[in-house]
Design a protein around this ligand. Sequence first.
Ligand code: NAG
Ligand code: NAG
Ligand code: NAG
Ligand code: NAG
Ligand code: NAG
Length: 953
Amino acid sequence: MSLNSPISATLHMSPAKQIVLNPQPKASMVSLFPMLVSMKCVLTWLFFSMCFCALITSPSSSSTSSSLQSREASALLKWKSSLDNQSQTLLSSWSGNNSCNNWLGIACDEDSKYVTYVNLTNMGLKGTLKSLNFTSLPNILTLDLSYNFLNRNIPNHIGMLSKLFYLDLSNNLFSGKIPYDITQLTLLSQLYLKHNKLSGEIPPTIGKLLNIEILYIYANNLCGSIPSEIGMMSSLIEIDLSENSLSGKIPPSIGNLSNLIYIGFHRNHLCGTIPTELNMLSNLQSFNVYDNNLIGELPHNICQSGNLYYISASNNNFTGQVLKSLKNCSSLIRLWLDHNHFDGNITDDFGVYPNLEFMELADNNFYGHLPSNWGKFHNLEQLKISKNNISGCIPPELGEATNLYLIDLSSNHLTGKIPKELGNLTMLGRLFLSNNNLSGNIHVQITSLKDLKILDVASNNLSGFITKELFIFPKLLNLNLSHNKFRGNIPVEFGNFKVLQTLDLSGNFLDGTITPMLGKLKVLETLNISHNNLSGPIPTSLDQMISLSFVDISFNQLNGPLPNMRAFNNATFEVLRNNTGLCGNVSGLNPCTKPTNGSHNNNNKTKKVIFFIVLPIALGTLMLAFIYLKFSYCFCHSTTTRDNQVGGNIIAPTNVFTIWSFDGKMVYENIIEATEEFDDKHLIGVGAHGSVYKAKLQTGQVVVVKKLHSVADAENPNLKSFINEIQALTEIRHRNIVKLYGFCSHSQLSFLVYEFMEKGSLEKILKDDEEAIAFDWNKRVNVIKDVANALCYMHHDCSPPIVHRDISTKNILLDLEYVARVSDFGTAKLLNPNSSNWTSFAGTFGYAAPELAYTMEVNEKNDVYSFGVLALEILFGKHPGDIVSNSLQWIIMGSTLDSMPLMNKLDQRLSRPVNHRQAKELVCIAKTTISCLVDSPQSRPTMEQVSRELLSV
Ligand SMILES: *[C@@H]1O[C@H](CO)[C@@H](O)[C@H](O)[C@H]1NC(C)=O
Ligand SMILES: *[C@@H]1O[C@H](CO)[C@@H](O)[C@H](O)[C@H]1NC(C)=O
Ligand SMILES: *[C@@H]1O[C@H](CO)[C@@H](O)[C@H](O)[C@H]1NC(C)=O
Ligand SMILES: *[C@@H]1O[C@H](CO)[C@@H](O)[C@H](O)[C@H]1NC(C)=O
Ligand SMILES: *[C@@H]1O[C@H](CO)[C@@H](O)[C@H](O)[C@H]1NC(C)=O
């Protein structure tokens, strides 16, 4: 049985869900027949010759064929009429009394006498199978109804389809038990019931399916134990019962299934040991039992096939010296053994795995030294052995595994220096060495680690000054040097970490003053410099750290006033305590007596500045505020205009005052009433800029009201242009842009009023497993195209172009049909609470283009970048994180159609794309998307190009 045969070409690259590489019968069965002769694969030949036999020996003779045909047609039509209206429209080609006459999804035998093939996959059909009379369709060989919305039971009379060899009901809403009579389908070769809501036990009679090769029942609610009769299904090649609630032991009879290549028992409640009989499985390639309650050892001969490339046994209670059994298993590609009680001396037991890409051994009891044969791990990308009992040095040879992207050796007993040779790992993005006993300074040849994003060496015995070389990590996001013995100043070069988000220097012996260059860290969110010997005032430049949310400066000798910014204004005494003379508006601190600036000692000069500059500004502000309050306005369109709905234009600013006294006020009051003064029971979400409410107006219309955290600032000289833009936005009618009905501003309150979108935000859908599964590949592709269209329209068809500035999953809303609409267009700029500055950063971290870290120049190319991140997030099901890196680009650009690396990254909650065309489409989209993510804005495509590219996919 060769891995290249179409049926077995199943590469189980992920433990979460194996991925079927195009099971051929999914494509048109009929069109495959001519290919048979040229098929080299034995299995395939058997598979088809079987169905030929079925055809040839068919009892239905030609004399009865015309009556059979009309019986088939009427059975199908009867079922069609039981489906919902939309489904019936989709099946409009089903008419007349000859179902062999170009009916969608139906194919017949060569003489067009009877239906042999039904393929209605992915058509959005809604209804049940109750009224599908299987008795009238005795010659069906293939039935594929996967990826629809069919619900209720799978009827027992499906057992009447006695010739069936391919049955796919996966990814529907079927509930109830697996019907007993399904076990009468003794010719069945492939059975897919995955991703439904089936409950109850697996019927023991399933053992009757002696011809079955692929059995996928994963992702249902099945309970009970795995029937030992499964051991009778001697043809079985792949079995996946994962993601159910199966309990009890794994039956020893599984060892009889000598053809078995793939086992998926993960994510159940299985207990007991793994029967030693599994040592007999001589063809095993992929073995997945993670997330169960299994104990004992893994079978010692599990790798006897010589082809075992995938083991996932994480999160059980396994014991034993597993690495010894795997020492010669050189075929391994991925190995997950973490969170068990495995032990063994890793110096002795570690084999050589030239194909290994991923090794996760965390949280076990492995001991000994790390071996030194890393030069032979050519393909290793991730090495995780944290939380074990590894001692000795980090071997310098680790620097020879040059594909490493992630190393996690934290929480062991490593000693010695961090070897310089790690500097050869040019792909390295994450290095975790915390909680060891490493000493010396950080002597990494840092210059070459240009992709390093996370460096965590906390809680070691590192000492010396923080070396200059450290500051050549241009992409560092997270730096943790805490709890070591570093000395000296915080070097001015820290200002070079343009994209740093987290900095922890706490628990060292740093002294001197805090460098004002920290103010350059515009995207830093967390700063911990507590437990050092830092002294002097806090530089005022820290006001410029506009993203800072958490700060801890406790246990130093700092004095003077706190910077006036969010992180300090919101700080508790806890994070400020034990300093020598801090003052400010935090309980526990003395208030600052004089508004002197700690770094300015020239009091005279300061006073002058206050008198001549600050005072007039303050007075002017007061006056402006007064004027503003007096003419407090509300730009809203009325609900009582002729079309009797919240719609149409915001009135131009010249008309503001008239509007305020009439319609605007009314809408304002309507909204206040509908939300019961923004009562929490109407709250449907909270975003960075505001809280979102659902409001049902008196007219019955449902709208979304986004109450802004910050009140629109009347002093803002750009308010006028903002209002102009809002007006422009309310005039836009585009299928993929959320209709903005208006903007209300009041002295205490500002809000935007939008069209209500039933499905809510993309963020919500991707977070919820159930919703994410319903959000299938077709829908995802369409959403990506929709967003591209919207951006293209705003960038290229609007004058002046409108830049969104905050594209993220929060701002993409979906309606019931999963049509995407972009919301909050152009509004990001006013809504950033901390900025009085028109162009200061307004986006969401993780989506913002890298150039925004050092320039405030806003243009369409920022959106292009965010779009790239968003599209990947839709494909991966989660934020691509910092893997928006060369290695990812390399993976995707190098992806061919069946390239595993990309397919591996796709949202594991969905099955692999159903057909070749779709897989190809996803690869093309990923490639287009990646071009949006290049660092240089000039090199990114325009949204017009992207949109065109996507259309041609
Ligand atoms: C399966 O193997 C067991 C031993 O593990 C044996 O007793 C049993 O007869 C076998 N069953 C079949 C159906 O071959
Ligand atoms: C592990 O094995 C090596 C090599 O055989 C040996 O030198 C070392 O002492 C062993 N370590 C432990 C902790 O047993
Ligand atoms: C770690 O290994 C040492 C021997 O190297 C042993 O004495 C100690 O008990 C081990 N600790 C744990 C927690 O397994
Ligand atoms: C820490 O490192 C210093 C040398 O830098 C060494 O003298 C000391 O023993 C180490 N401490 C521990 C606990 O290993
Ligand atoms: C800062 O670091 C200290 C010492 O490592 C720790 O106790 C504290 O919780 C940290 N502060 C914050 C806000 O995380």
